[in-house]
Design a protein around this ligand. Structure first.
Ligand code: NDP
Ligand code: MG
Length: 389
């Protein structure tokens, strides 16, 4: 953590995405205590350049090497170091010059750089849930060994983390993750079969990147979050419940052994959990909009529709099975969501592809990191072949 009077230096991996840009808004609102040290993008060179010129980080990474010259030229009047290519993410993650790594890259692609940050003992503000879904045992073990604190950014996990403050001696009976239900809450398969990309991208409460928006519509996001919660809070599958709460005001709950429930609430605004993670353990004063009870006369809760949204059941199967099952589920889902976004498969096909891939790929009980990479690759290839791409 930064010394008294010094700014906390933040490395944002995936600064051009939904979480990344909101993190920069948080930094902008707290310039006296936070500064951007590293920014990374995959293809969006224009936005990366704009961000770099405003926040003047020590280094930037553009994943797409063909855009290196563009970024280098645009930043030539500054002292910002410019890197390009996939390996550059690990290179800058190895820097000593930042304190907090915000993992805001989407998907499996975020795993390597996160592991590097963990090995360096950095504070990890973890947004990239896929990292824990794929290799949660290895990431958490490495974090323990290297004393790398993991502060969740995902709103549900941030809520649980906040509810657990001061409760170290009190075991958790269970946690309850809230789900908005997404844009298709209450819909049945005869409707979902015809759903198109643009409709699925419209989330009622949150504005997010494309992949997580589709995951929210299929409820896979909640399944991934159950697995994320298992690793973050060291829980058994039966201690993790999901309840649909369409208003997204109660961000999640913890039930203790005396039956008492603690919830964390607030407006659905990712800037809040991002700011909490970047400022932890302090709550930084801000002027973001406040919750108003008059606008929310009722908060409602209902059971998820497991029969229609079968991804949730598949994720629970992976959660219970352990080993490489969740890694396979994630890889197949990434491929299927990508295909859906390209209008190559239908909405319900996403579940079919994930299910077939989970049935096909061999189970490994205690995978090494290399085996997780292999399982990811095999699952992607199989999922692609199922879709005949
Ligand atoms: P976006 O798609 O909006 O942004 C992804 C970021 O990662 C962009 O900066 C993108 O660069 C970069 N990126 C994409 N692919 C690669 C790659 N292969 N290698 C390196 N960088 C890459 O995603 P979100 O911000 O929505 O989500 C980020 C993570 O946070 C996800 O894991 C998601 O599940 C999680 N999360 C998001 C929430 C939200 O509200 N958005 C809420 C809770 C969790 P470029 O712009 O150049 O493509
Ligand atoms: Mg969430």
């Amino acid at each position: 953590m930064a010394e008294e009077g010094q700014k906390r230096r933040i490395a944002i991996f995936g600064s051009t995405g939904s979480i990344g840009t909101q993190a920069l808004e948080v930094i902008r609102a707290h310039k006296n205590v936070l500064e951007a040290e590293i920014l990374t993008a995959q293809t969006n060179a224009d936005l990366l350049i704009k961000q770099a010129l405003e926040f003047l980080p020590n280094a930037v990474v553009i994943g797409d090497e063909t855009k290196y010259e563009q970024v280098k030229d645009a930043l030539s009047a500054t002292s910002i170091k410019v890197f390009a290519g996939e390996n550059a993410l690990e290179e800058v993650a190895d820097f000593d010059t930042y304190e907090v790594m915000l993992t805001a890259i989407v998907g499996f692609a975020g795993l390597k750089s996160t592991l590097k940050g963990v090995k360096k003992g950095k504070v990890i503000a973890l947004s990239n849930k896929e990292t824990l879904v794929v290799a949660g045992d290895i990431v958490m073990q490495q974090a323990f060994e290297n004393r790398s604190p993991i502060i969740p950014v995902d709103s549900e996990h941030s809520a649980i983390f906040q509810c657990l403050i001061g409760e170290a001696r009190n075991p958790i009976e269970k946690i309850i993750l809230t789900a908005s239900g997404g844009p298709f809450l209450g819909k049945k398969p005869n409707f979902l079969v015809n759903v198109k990309r643009d409709h699925a991208l419209q989330h009622p409460n949150w504005s997010m990147g494309a992949k997580i928006s589709i995951d929210s519509a299929t409820l896979m996001n909640k399944g991934l979050e159950m697995i994320e919660a298992k690793w973050l809070f060291n829980l058994k599958p039966e201690q993790i419940e999901v309840v649909v709460h369409p208003q997204s005001i109660v961000h999640s709950l913890v039930q203790f052994e005396d039956g008492s429930l603690k919830a964390q609430m607030g407006l659905p605004d990712m800037k809040l959990p991002i700011q909490y993670a970047l400022g932890f353990p302090e709550r930084m004063k801000n002027d973001f909009p406040r919750f108003n009870f008059k606008k929310y006369p009722s908060l409602t809760f209902e059971e998820p529709d497991y029969k229609t949204f079968r991804n949730l059941g598949l994720a629970i199967d992976a959660l219970k099975a352990g080993g490489n099952k969740a890694c396979v589920l994630n890889a197949a889902n990434e491929i299927a969501v990508w295909a859906f976004l390209k209008n190559r498969i239908g909405f319900l096909d996403i579940t079919a592809v994930v299910e077939k891939t989970m049935d096909k790929i061999s189970f490994i009980e205690n995978p090494t990191l290399e085996e997780y990479y292999e399982s990811d690759g095999e699952a992607r290839n199989f999922a692609a072949s199922v879709m005949k791409m």
